[in-house]
Design a protein around this ligand. Sequence first.
Ligand code: PRP
Length: 180
Amino acid sequence: MTSTQQELTVTIGGVSRTLPTVRAGGMGRVPLVEFIGDSEFTNAVAQEMVALIPEGTEVLLTVVTNALPLTHELSDRSGLPYVCARKKRRTYMQNPIIQDVPSMTLGVAETLWLDGPHAARLKGKQVTVVQDVVASGGTAQALARLVERAGGTVNGYLAAFRQGDSTLPLVALQSLPKTL
Ligand SMILES: O=P(O)(O)OC[C@H]1O[C@H](OP(=O)(O)OP(=O)(O)O)[C@H](O)[C@@H]1O
């Protein structure tokens, strides 16, 4: 990883990306990881993450948006099924489990929606929570609550990047600075 005052370059699986940064309040510039629209980087990261999937995992659980293509590729490579929570209610949902996300480092308050039939796929399973980035850990905690409320067990937390100082027992490929 190399960084200058305004940008940060990461390399994973031989693929390098200079991360865009956004100004976040008084925090300075925050590096942004983007998998949406970047299949080459997504595939390289997923390939490296396969080996980090915690032993005993039966199902992967993620949340839209940016983590979705990554988890899709991880599922494809590992053969493990995945389930995805939404951030909006959809009209076709049946008895969704609704879970608020505690305050996040960058974003606004969110509510996660897990469709009932998808929640059923977590019941009695060892579930690993998959994210693109874990910062405060608030999203990961909300996903863990969804697992528990669906009758599954959290087997671990896996992310491409750790950003900040969450105390979650997280496995990540790389750490990013909170600000540049
Ligand atoms: O550990 P936390 O502080 O909870 O933050 C991590 C979350 O923040 C980002 O999501 P973002 O809000 O940018 O949503 P998006 O993926 O839908 O763009 C990222 O994709 C993680 O899901």
